[in-house]
Design a protein around this ligand. Sequence first.
Ligand code: BGC
Length: 729
Amino acid sequence: MACGLALTLLAAVQARETAPKPAYKDASRPIEERVEDLLARMTLEEKVLQLNQYTLGRNDNVNNMADPVGDIPSEIGSLIYFGTSPELRNSLQHRAVEESRLGIPILFAFDVIHGFRTVYPIPLAQACSWNPALVEQAARMAARETRMTGIEWTFSPMIDVARDGRWGRISEGYGEDPYAHAVFCASTVAGYQGDDLSDTGRIAACLKHFAGYGASEAGRDYVYTEISRQSLWDTYLTPYEAGIRAGAATVMSCFNNISGTPGSADHYLLTEVLKERWGHQGFVVSDWGAIQQLRAQGVAADCEQAALKAFNAGLDMDMMNRCYDAHLADLVRAGKVSGERLDDAVRRVLRLKFRLGLFENPYTPESREEERFLRPESLRIAEELAGETMVLLKNDGGILPLREVRKIAVIGPMAKSRFHLLGAWAAHGNGEDVESIFMGLEREFGERAQLSYAVGCEFDGDDASGFAEAVRVASESDVVVLCLGEKANWSGENASRSTLSLPAIQERLACEVARCGKPVVLLLTSGRPLELCRLEPLSDAILQVWQPGVRGGYPAAGILSGRINPSGRLSVTFPYATGQVPIYYGRRPSARPHQGKYQDIPSEPLYEFGHGLSYTTFEYGDLQAPSTTLRRGEKLRVEIQVSNTGACDGAETVFWFVSDPVCRIARPAKELRHFEKRMLRSGQSGLFVFEIDPERDLSFVDGEGNRFLEPGDYYVQVKDKRLKLTLVE
Ligand code: BGC
């Protein structure tokens, strides 16, 4: 009897081994063929499970503290993986591959926003480097750490144009400008994905949060956004279109309600624009809980209705809503969701799994942490990028660089902080990996200067008991380096602030210290533009350090010493006061430009978009072009000579703006269309070129998303130089 059973089992095994391999398991076949083959074998329930994402591991995301899902089905489509090594992930993958009927591997995801364990500067700062190639390298290193840990998909880049610094998530994007977002989005996607997603050093990107999340009213998170179709197209969609063109594998829908329709139920955006018009072949994942939140937003009565609305709008994967797994199969059976729509969504998910090579290599090799994290090459890039992101806002009387100082007083709550330099969404960043500003100053100045230290006060509260010590330390020094700023969790998700000023206790400390009469160099660490109208007059120099990640201390000190010539330029306007927000350079012109000012404060920002000082001086020649007339279909090469006329080498970023003074749709007063950063040695001149392609650079988009180009006059502008061009038919 036993022998008979053994023989039957053996026969079954042999039959399986000799049976032809199903087409979807055959790596030599084209991906689309494999997708279709697999899809044809799947049951309704198996299809639905591919469209759900649960979590795995200890969830330490304070904004999304859902209970871990106890029983994870082997057929689950995706898991957010909170682990830092592949073991747990591999064991789940083993179940999926070996124990599910079809053996479909799970797709593992995590929020890797500016690094995994090696934390790079926050994206808002990265944009201030104006160095997309370096940003791409950082993304590439982050991808390697991530994939080696067993995660193939990141929810990044965030490309939500943001013009209100009160919104905490401004730190996660590339500032206020749509074009800058488009460029840094493309470089980040390239860094993550490379040319081949099956490369074990690459991960799939996810453009988020589609769309308009950055327009949150009054800077509050998750709230309503009022966005006209015109602004949607000319401001908020620009980076997404660029990201899709750059090949981003996936997109995440937004939480916000856009003029009446929440992004997670927006058929126009998710299907008509993204999939039909732009041809996005990947899938759309919801933001965390955003499907069930359609109830709170007043468009769905219950989860079933929410699932129906979201799915039929084009939202393919449910992230931690438990709506699709609960209702989608019934909705299909009831004919409310079509089989075609279901297959379309599943196809998109499977396609990515094939592209990532998960069917061939479902498991992540185990490796030691040192092989993955904080490797010398990653730290080198982190340090270089941090140095390029810092912006010298003010340098009165050339107080910087500090050449002949012997005694430096380092004061303030940020001076010795390590954790807070990481910023929000620091993935698996660890404060102990971070070089503080004080550590950087020690490394930089060594024996050359004596450092003394006083904390002065905490980040907030009203305890002024440390002031006296700070004043004593300041009085005994040649110069004060005052390190103020925001804690890491004061920006990021669900971290809005009503004011852009630092807490009063920090401003009071600055007043006390400034009274000593020593030069004050203010170092600011923040995840948003700050209101500096009271701190600016107290400071001789101001260096915006942002949240630089693991290696910010040494570059900040290098800028202070002059080893590094600062080259960061603002990717976001610094207002004079919070009352000015939203404030950004690309406003549409006013009916009365000389009126309509504030009565109580200046109407101009304190520091404009693009502002940033250097230790050298750059002189700009005039804009030159072979002709000032151009035609559709023809390009025009406009040049400008820039000379480094100062005593030290330095990098300059040339920003090229265009403006169209008369158009059927009023356009922003000026629009960034090109930029280039280049190192110029002292005494060296360089020719910077913008090759204008009228269709690309002078055109505009209307509220239907149609690009148009009108004949007439345009201006090209670099700094205060303007060249009038005429486009003729
Ligand atoms: C955030 C997303 C993030 C997701 C997963 C949400 O709360 O809005 O940006 O990717 O959580 O952690």
